[in-house]
Write a protein that binds this ligand. Structure first.
Ligand code: FE2
Ligand code: FE2
Length: 181
């Protein structure tokens, strides 16, 4: 693998790993504040970021070296409303700046698996941002998110509250493979 794409994938792996842990922690906060469904959304999205970290890790398997710490938006714990803003901002950063730049390099370097991993992640992060925005509207009215089912695509990390979808709009995975939270 080319060095630059390898570094970018390691960086993305670090970012996704940290997002996974951050969402678990913020999920605990939401639970303590009585927002059970927002807590489930954080849990589902934490697992989606683990899907992305795994994709990147697998695309990186022929590269040796250290995993540098990457600085990302959204550190620290606040209340759930503010955590949702920070979570959404991180998703927007990844989908509009980080991944597009990394993908441009990977395309220049014809790194097929890296391109696929990062394109799945880009599309899923955009959806994550929208779901967090929706959750925040409820929380700011003092209500929990209205979501009976929270479903996550195990292939690309897509998240939906709609159990009538037949397949993942990002990767085409059949909806019966979706993980429910
Ligand atoms: Fe995400
Ligand atoms: Fe998917």
């Amino acid at each position: 693998m080319n060095q630059m794409t390898g570094e970018n994938l390691r960086s993305a792996f670090g970012g996704e790993s940290q997002a996974h842990m951050r969402y678990l922690i913020w999920g605990d906060v939401a639970k303590k504040e009585g927002f059970e469904n927002v807590a489930r959304l954080f849990l589902a999205t934490a697992d989606a970021e683990r899907v992305h970290a795994t994709l990147h890790f697998n695309a990186l398997r022929d590269v040796n070296g250290d995993f540098p710490v990457v600085s990302m938006a959204g550190f620290g714990i606040s209340n759930t409303s503010e955590n949702l803003v920070a979570a959404r901002n991180g998703e927007i950063f990844e989908s509009t700046q980080m991944y597009p730049a990394y993908i441009a390099v990977a395309e220049m370097q014809e790194e097929k698996e890296a391109i696929k991993a990062m394109k799945f992640a880009t599309a899923a992060e955009k959806v994550h941002a929208d779901r967090y925005e929706e959750a925040k509207k409820y929380v700011d009215e003092g209500k929990d998110l209205e979501a009976e089912k929270i479903l996550m695509c195990p292939v690309c990390g897509y998240i939906t509250f709609d159990d009538s979808e037949e397949a993942c709009p990002i990767c085409g995975c059949k909806a019966d493979k979706f993980i429910e939270y």
